[in-house]
Design a protein around this ligand. Structure first.
Ligand code: PGA
Length: 253
């Protein structure tokens, strides 16, 4: 039985005050279910990780970063290493979020290095995959997701796979108000699990958690989560409102 896993991706939002307030709201709103019934994480901007980490102390809400760099240290101006993220209390690191792929231009090869660096540094990577609208219209969803999965996990041995979460986020559903139907999500989640079984084995495929992301809201969370292969949610916009995020977490229990 896979434990549900809900993560909030705050993207480039909040400030010192509002990030702490939001974290405190999530802690108190989720205290009856977080940890015991569902895993919950929040991913604030780098500069607020430390304050948010303090606000999460002695709660069951985990901290995650929105990105990570693959080198361990040195002359990489502007970048943040796994050790730095661990140092401020991160447990998770998003790798290859669609905005990093399509706005910043990250490649599958770079994202693969980030996944490896996260694991090497003791973090749990959340590898994000998903197709563009044109790719879906051209019936290329399976091909794109297969490529992102194979390249994103290249070189990762089976023993390390228990650290990995996959987030399926159709790019056309992110921040657009368009959500994949539960059936559309289920189809791609089933494909992802099948790929993991092919690349590793059935046991690893049955254990890996696959989140859905893309305009998740309190009123669609329950139906998405009711799908057999949807094990969690990666929430953007709705994770910035305490009540909405807490309602999504509760709808997932
Ligand atoms: P959204 O973002 O919920 O605002 O669509 C999801 C994400 O990008 O992780």
């Amino acid at each position: 039985m896979r434990k549900s896993f809900i993560a909030g991706n705050w993207k480039m939002n909040t400030d010192v005050h509002s990030s702490v307030k939001l974290a405190e709201g999530v802690v108190s709103g989720c205290k009856d279910v977080a940890g015991s019934k569902v895993d919950v994480a929040v991913c604030p901007p780098f500069v607020y990780l430390q304050q948010v980490s303090k606000a999460l102390q002695s709660s069951h809400i985990a901290l995650g970063s929105q990105d990570i760099y693959f080198e361990q240290k040195g002359a990489f101006t502007g970048e943040i290493s796994a050790a730095m993220l661990k140092d401020v209390g991160c447990a998770y690191a998003l790798c290859g979020h669609s905005e990093r792929r399509h706005v910043i231009g990250e490649t599958d090869e770079l994202i693969n290095k980030k996944v490896h660096a996260a694991i090497l540094g003791g973090l749990l990577p959340i590898l994000c995959v998903g197709e563009l609208l044109d790719e879906r219209k051209a019936n290329k969803t399976d091909e794109v997701v297969t490529r992102q999965m194979k390249k994103g996990l290249a070189g990762l041995i089976a023993e390390k796979m228990s650290a990995v979460t996959i987030a399926y986020e159709p790019v056309w559903a992110i921040g657009t108000g368009l959500t994949a139907t539960p059936q559309q999500a289920q189809e791609v989640h089933a494909l992802i699990r099948k790929l993991v079984a092919q690349m590793y084995d059935r046991k690893i495929a049955d254990a890996i958690r696959i989140q859905y992301g893309g305009s998740v809201k309190p009123d669609n969370a329950g139906e998405l989560m009711s799908q057999e292969d949807v094990d969690g949610l990666l929430v953007g916009g709705a994770s910035l409102k305490t009540e909405d995020f807490v309602a999504i977490v509760k709808a997932s229990v």
